[in-house]
Design a protein around this ligand. Structure first.
Ligand SMILES: *[C@@H]1O[C@H](CO)[C@@H](O)[C@H](O)[C@H]1NC(C)=O
Ligand SMILES: *[C@@H]1O[C@H](CO)[C@@H](O)[C@H](O)[C@H]1NC(C)=O
Ligand SMILES: *[C@@H]1O[C@H](CO)[C@@H](O)[C@H](O)[C@H]1NC(C)=O
Length: 397
């Protein structure tokens, strides 16, 4: 879910669903063994575990899939998959191999790399900090843009000696867009595919997300005290309790309320998915997203007073990320859904307007009328209706 960006949304969604469904879920066997052993090798694919350390000390886990299920070695460019918030790389491996993007890419000759964002289960190490330290959670997506993305892109580039294609879902798209707007990883990428893009957030049509954003900002001091946001832990429950007490929220439907009515998800997969998710994120990251929902701007984290902003940024308000600075000739594939309550159609229009000078043959836009937020990673028909087009785009980029 990208997470939702899953943004906030996802968070909440997941929380709820996870709490509700916990008793009946089937655990993923051997989860402690890591993603390769647990989910990839079991399906008959080769897989290697890798790690990269970011410039600010976070040790991220990556998985490399160098061959198809048949054993045929990859003969196309590397592709790096970046999940969304509250999620991790497992989201690309959940469905049957013929329906999961990571396996589909491997079977189509690409060398697949998966990365796990800092703070999630398989990327919870740091050079000097422990996840029990408050300082470990002192980051928002600004740092994912500044450190996580460049480290993982560079690592794949170093290991393969090739430029790579990038695929992001939800928050994974925001990280890429903001990095591209600052000319950060351009030299190592040959294209980027953005699924359910998160950029402008003020027209978000998910009511629960808006309410959650308000509660977050309203209780900023409380939430910052809980630096780690574990959706099903104490902090998460308090947020849910707030929300479920509101008369117009039906807690049971939160998953749909948050992400939109996903058309094409296999219900039996959801159980397995929710058993592993949601993954923790930092409270500061959620506050940052809540600021975007309120302000309608893509800006760096707002410390809330001019003095502190001055100390961090040398100016009284947080610097903006300018989407019009993404180079017009950089190949972009952007797909958004008509039912997506997180990546709202109206917000995506604003982003597309920022990209209006983009070279026409370098921007492919795929509108998926009946897709909601999670269909982009978990839709059982995604290969036919979306991934095939995306791979055709890679082959031309
Ligand atoms: C994938 O394979 C499963 C099992 O063979 C089948 O039920 C499903 O319809 C297939 N999905 C697609 C998209 O081909
Ligand atoms: C990539 O290679 C360069 C040159 O050898 C090295 O300085 C850098 O640390 C490497 N970066 C990563 C993320 O592996
Ligand atoms: C849905 O998931 C179940 C359990 O994994 C599987 O048996 C079934 O083939 C899946 N259906 C589709 C359409 O992929």
């Amino acid at each position: 879910m990208a997470y939702i960006m899953i943004s906030l949304v996802s968070v909440l969604v997941l929380c709820i669903s996870a709490a509700e469904g916990r008793k009946t879920l089937h655990p993923i066997n051997g989860e402690a063994d890591g993603i390769c052993k647990t989910l990839v090798e079991r399906q008959g694919y080769t897989c290697e575990e890798h790690t990269v350390t970011t410039d600010d000390g976070y040790i991220l886990s990556l998985q490399r899939m160098p061959a198809a299920q048949s054993g045929m070695k990859a003969n196309k460019s590397p592709v790096l998959l970046q999940h969304g918030i509250i999620s991790d790389a497992i989201s690309w491996l959940f469905n049957h191999p013929n329906e999961s993007l990571a396996f589909i890419l491997a079977d189509n000759g690409y060398e697949v790399w998966l990365v796990n964002t800092r703070g999630t289960r398989y990327s919870n190490q740091h050079r000097s900090l422990s996840p029990d330290d408050k300082a470990y959670w002192d980051w928002s997506w600004d740092q994912l843009t500044a450190y996580d993305l460049p480290a993982s892109v560079q690592y794949v580039n170093n290991n393969t000696g090739q430029k790579l294609h990038f695929v992001g879902h939800s928050l994974g798209t925001l990280i890429a867009l903001s990095a591209l707007s600052q000319d950060k990883v351009l030299d190592s990428l040959s294209s980027a595919a953005l699924l359910s893009p998160i950029a402008y957030l003020d027209k978000i049509s998910s009511h629960p997300t808006k309410i959650a954003a308000d509660i977050f900002l309203g209780d900023v001091v409380y939430w910052l005290g809980l630096r780690k946001f574990n959706p099903i832990g104490d902090g998460g429950s308090k947020l849910l309790e707030h929300m479920c007490n509101l008369p117009f929220i039906k807690c049971k439907n939160l998953f749909t309320l948050f992400t939109g009515p996903n058309c094409c998800i296999n219900l039996s997969t959801i159980d397995v998915f929710l058993n592993h998710h949601p993954q923790p994120t930092s409270t500061k990251n959620l506050i940052h997203l809540a600021q975007m929902i309120r302000s309608g701007k893509i800006a760096m984290y707002d410390y809330g007073d001019q003095e502190q902003n001055m100390a961090h940024y040398g100016q009284a308000s947080p610097p903006l990320y300018d989407m019009t600075r993404i180079p017009n000739d950089f190949p972009l594939f952007l797909s958004y859904g008509g039912q997506d309550t997180l990546s709202d159609v109206k917000d995506v229009q604003v982003l597309l307007d920022n990209l209006k000078d983009h070279d026409k043959d370098k921007l492919v836009v795929a509108f998926m009328e009946d897709y909601a937020h999670m269909d982009f990673v978990m839709g059982v028909n995604a290969k036919q209706v979306l991934y095939d087009n995306m791979m055709a785009f890679f082959d031309q980029a």
